[in-house]
Design a binder for this molecule. Structure first.
Ligand code: DMJ
Length: 571
């Protein structure tokens, strides 16, 4: 039987339905194309930006491709279950020290709490700022200075040490495929965070990718150094040329500080050890030769150029171990350790520094007789302690090598300075260590100290020193102290989306909207390693760069190969 034919009205209705479906489909396609284009613009904006911008903040936009990584706890019953075997020392003896390091098992619960804090910080960054440099947790926006995923690269050694395998693999993929830095930044920061991070993770994993990246970065900045003196100007511009090569150009007029020019020796010496190319080591040692030759009688130096002025900061002509000077001192004794103690001249410089510190910078407070290291200014000692200078007890502990005749005295000194830090931290309402304090200040004669810069910037230096004192002495008081520091940070700086710096430490805390990458690279790393089994990343085998990226002490054959160069006979 024939079907009855549709009426014209029915045909019209069917046509309308098809048209509506088609239009809806078309709108859907157009919207998808628009959203994809917006995404592309955002991704593009990470990697290309105006020449004028030194630093940019980009508003948060949801990154749908970032799915959350589940949190899992580690089993601390056996150190080999918590970390990669190559990070674990088989024996804790070091030829450079009289006594072996103490073997102590992990405090599992505390180690895991710190690991969880790292997870919270890192996942917040992933979720909100993946591929950008740093997270601003309050505004949920992202800071981009070098457009290079700074937090990813700076965190990669901590990710590996803490055994966050999924995040580690993701970070590796980013470095392999999306690491295209461009922008203006500080040479110093680039060396300690990127080059230091790449060398360190290479030494932990033996993955060639990282050594290639380290060489690429080092070779890009090599020409900005003065090849005669090893000095350089603070800031530079990085970009990728048409052949895909990373290139750097010097930016500012000739401007630098002691910490900057004195903080690339560990990284460049390690590059020479890994590549066999002496150019890195030769340049880095030229700096020591130059500075030590120019200053034969006194070792606490002012900046090589006298143009470092910042409000409320330590200024020209002052001699101190705080910001703008700090890691120059730190790297001298670490260079001695890294190269296996083959250079008595380098150790001598550290011992001279210790002598000058004791002669001119050491102070005792009036009432409680606390000990600290202050600032020499216009012929007088001011009892100022900067958070940045609180790495010093750790440096002193590292310097208690067997060829240091004053090693016992030095270790006692390191302990006393840590007691002072502990006192300051415990007497703030927030239980945080301030950015800068001054003892026995005339302005507040009834109190032991006055806070001069009322902030805590998530910095690592105090817990770094406590980590070293724990590893060198094995005394449980340092774990207890580290735990109190952690609690202070976790209670006062933790927010919904990460951790923030804070100000007003004795009142109602105000947030400073930034989670600097050093918090993940250093602060949480040192805290974690204070509570893990002490065989994990032992100072018997590793020397930390100033961003807490561990570098392997040289094997004997390498130290012997470069022994002559390291003698620095002409200074
Ligand atoms: C870090 O980048 C390094 O530790 C550097 O040596 C000093 N400043 C910050 C942390 O405070």
């Amino acid at each position: 039987m024939l079907k009855p034919r549709k009426s014209a009205r029915q045909q019209y209705q069917a046509c309308r339905v098809i048209t509506v479906i088609f239009v809806v489909f078309l709108i859907f396609i157009i919207l998808s194309v628009i959203f994809a284009a917006i995404d592309t613009i955002q991704v593009f904006s990470q990697f290309s930006h105006s020449d004028e911008s030194v630093e940019g903040t980009i508003s948060y936009t949801s990154n749908a491709s970032i799915t959350s990584h589940e949190y899992y706890k580690l089993d601390y019953s056996d150190v080999y279950k918590t970390a990669s075997p190559q990070l674990i020392a088989t024996e804790l003896v070091s030829s450079l020290y009289d006594n072996p390091f103490t073997e102590i098992p992990a405090d599992a619960a505390k180690a895991e709490s710190i690991r969880e804090a790292f997870y919270h910080a890192y996942q917040s960054y992933r979720k909100l700022c993946w591929a950008f440099d740093e997270l601003k947790p309050i505004s949920k926006s992202c800071k981009n200075t070098l457009h290079a995923g700074l937090t990813i690269v700076d965190s990669i050694t901590t990710l590996y040490i803490m055994n966050f395998t999924e995040d580690y693999e993701e970070a590796r993929n980013f470095i392999a495929n999306d690491f295209h830095p461009s922008g203006k930044w500080s040479v110093f920061e680039f060396v300690i965070r990127f080059i230091g991070g790449f060398i360190s993770i290479y030494q932990m994993t033996h993955d060639q990718l990282y050594l290639d990246k380290a060489i690429e970065c080092a070779d890009a900045i090599f020409p900005v150094f003065n090849q005669e003196t090893g000095m350089y100007s603070s800031s530079f511009k990085l970009s990728t040329n048409s052949k895909g090569k990373l290139v750097a150009t010097q930016l500012s007029s000739w401007k630098m500080n002691l910490a900057e020019v004195g903080t690339y020796q560990l990284e460049f010496l390690t590059l020479t050890a890994l590549t066999g190319d002496k150019k890195y080591m030769d340049l880095a040692l030229k700096l020591y030769k130059r500075l030590w030759k120019d200053n034969p009688n006194y070792t606490i130096l002012v900046d090589p150029t006298e143009n470092q002025r910042q409000t409320n900061r330590l200024i020209d002509g002052q001699r101190h171990l705080g910001g703008a000077a700090d890691s120059y001192y730190e790297y001298i004794i670490k260079t001695y350790l890294l190269t296996n103690g083959v250079s008595p001249r380098i150790l001598k410089q550290h011992l001279m520094i210790m002598k000058d510190i004791k002669k001119d910078l050491l102070f005792t407070t009036d009432k409680l007789k606390l000990i600290g290291i202050g600032v020499w200014e216009q012929g007088k000692l001011r009892k100022i302690v900067e958070h940045l200078a609180t790495f010093v007890p750790g440096m002193i502990a590292i310097g208690t090598v067997k060829n240091n005749d004053k090693k016992d005295e030095d270790m006692q000194l390191a302990k006393k300075i840590v007691d002072t830090l502990s006192y300051v931290k415990n007497t703030t309402k927030s239980k945080l260590m301030p950015e800068q304090v001054e003892f026995d200040s005339n302005e507040q004669p009834d109190q032991e100290y006055k806070i001069r810069i009322d902030e805590y910037l998530l910095r690592p230096e105090s817990v770094e020193s406590i980590f070293y004192l724990y590893r060198f002495t094995g005394e449980k008081v340092y774990r207890e102290l580290a735990w109190k520091f952690f609690l202070g940070i976790n209670q006062s700086c933790r927010v919904e989306n990460g951790f923030v710096s804070v100000k007003n430490l004795n009142g109602r805390l105000n947030s400073i909207d930034i989670m600097d990458s050093w918090f993940l690279a250093e602060t949480l790393n040192y805290l974690y390693l204070t509570f893990t089994d002490t065989r994990l990343i032992s100072p018997a085998d590793w020397v930390f760069n100033t961003e807490s990226h561990p570098l392997r002490r040289w094997p004997n054959d390498i130290s012997q190969k470069y022994k002559k160069d390291l003698q620095l006979n002409d200074c």
